[in-house]
Ligand binder design. Structure first.
Ligand code: SAM
Length: 346
């Protein structure tokens, strides 16, 4: 076993310069994967948790330069699910064995707290054994509190990059890293299980920024960490930028597993889009969550964050049997459970 990888395993951290080596150099990949898999098996066995992803709206008031549903993309058809549509997705998902529903969407101004609270209460009433995860961007403390009081259990909000100048390169000036980070700490204070994360290979990213991302996550101590490759979208300012690298993403998943042994780490749709075996490779690198799509089939292509997004086959909730087989082939098993984060010593 490489001594640097062993050191990360034992100490759960390393100085920035050494993290940088593990991130950048392929020679560490095998050892990282082997130890990361051991750690994940120690805490979570072979279990892979599934989350039913419901993309509730592709309207967004933000204009992030990388994202296909940004406000200035006038070429996409916009949609918004009704409460009834969303509850129908939950019903389908529940019967398929999903025990977590993730409501994700652009920052849609019509999603007022009252509307969301009514929806969340209905979901919790109808499916008391299920967790509700939200991924609806930046909101006020009061709003996060109300949604939590209505029954939301978890919140996903990637910090995107922990380096201020890079954040400014990826976003227009009305969005700030300071606010994004404050939102994350607020969500934690309120009591949500919190997820953060970043894109690998986003335009302007330098390897040392990725080391900063890891160090920021160490400060935040999130319960869930979602990372995936940046993938370009033809109707954004970054349309000609290259996609993120598969192997760097896999090394980072393994590093995250060693730094955060208890974290819930999804093997993301972006990884599955980048490479036909991306999802399985992500699991083997240390991930233990997949989030198949439960949105109405006809709308999935419209939630286009990047080009060529996969949304059928094992990516789709109704393709669960295919997913089960693929996960088994990779050496793991899909379980029907809420899949809350496990804590040290519990
Ligand atoms: N609006 C919410 C938010 O801001 O967190 C949730 C939706 S947002 C589209 C979800 C995530 O998609 C972002 O955090 C970002 O990391 C990812 N994403 C957006 N565009 C992407 C791209 N071109 N390639 C890869 N991931 C992308």
């Amino acid at each position: 076993m490489n001594p640097l990888v062993q050191q990360l395993y034992e100490q759960r951290t390393l100085p920035k310069e050494q993290l940088l080596l593990l991130i950048c150099e392929e020679q560490y990949e095998n050892d990282l994967r082997l130890l990361a898999d051991q750690v994940r098996q120690k805490h979570y066995g072979k279990d892979v948790y599934i989350r039913g992803l419901i993309e509730i709206s592709n309207y967004c008031k933000n204009n992030c330069y990388y994202c296909g549903i940004r406000r200035d993309n006038k070429e996409i058809e916009r949609y918004r699910l009704s409460r009834e549509d969303i509850l129908e997705c939950c019903e389908t998902g529940y019967h398929l064995g999903f025990r977590t529903f993730v409501l994700q969407g652009g920052e849609d101004g019509t999603h007022a707290d009252d509307w969301l609270c009514t929806l969340i209460s209905q979901m919790k009433k109808q499916y008391p054994d299920c967790a509700v995860t939200l991924s609806l961007g930046e909101r006020s403390r009061e709003s996060y509190q109300r949604l939590f009081d209505a029954g939301a259990d978890r919140y996903l909000l990637r910090h995107e990059t922990a380096v201020d100048c890079h954040y400014r390169y990826l976003h227009p000036s009305e969005l700030t890293l300071k606010n994004r980070m404050e939102c994350l700490f607020t969500l934690k204070e309120i009591g949500y299980q919190v997820g953060s994360g970043f894109m690998v290979g986003s335009p302007g990213q330098r390897p040392e920024y990725l080391a900063e991302d890891l160090l920021f996550l160490q400060e935040l101590q999130p319960d869930m960490i979602g990372i995936g490759p940046f993938l370009h979208h033809g109707q954004t300012p970054f349309k000609d930028e290259p996609n993120g690298d598969l192997h760097m993403t896999l090394r980072l998943i393994s590093i995250l597993r060693l730094m955060f042994p208890y974290a819930l780490l999804p093997s993301t749709t972006a990884l599955g889009t980048l490479h036909p075996q991306g999802r399985e490779l992500g699991l083997q690198a240390g991930a233990n969550v997949v989030m198949p799509n439960l949105s109405p089939t006809r709308l999935r292509k419209l939630y286009s964050l990047y080009d060529n997004k996969i949304s059928t086959g094992e990516e789709a909730a109704e393709g669960k049997e295919k997913l089960i087989k693929k996960v088994e082939k990779a050496g793991y098993r899909v379980v029907t459970a809420r899949g809350d984060v496990k804590k040290e010593g519990v």
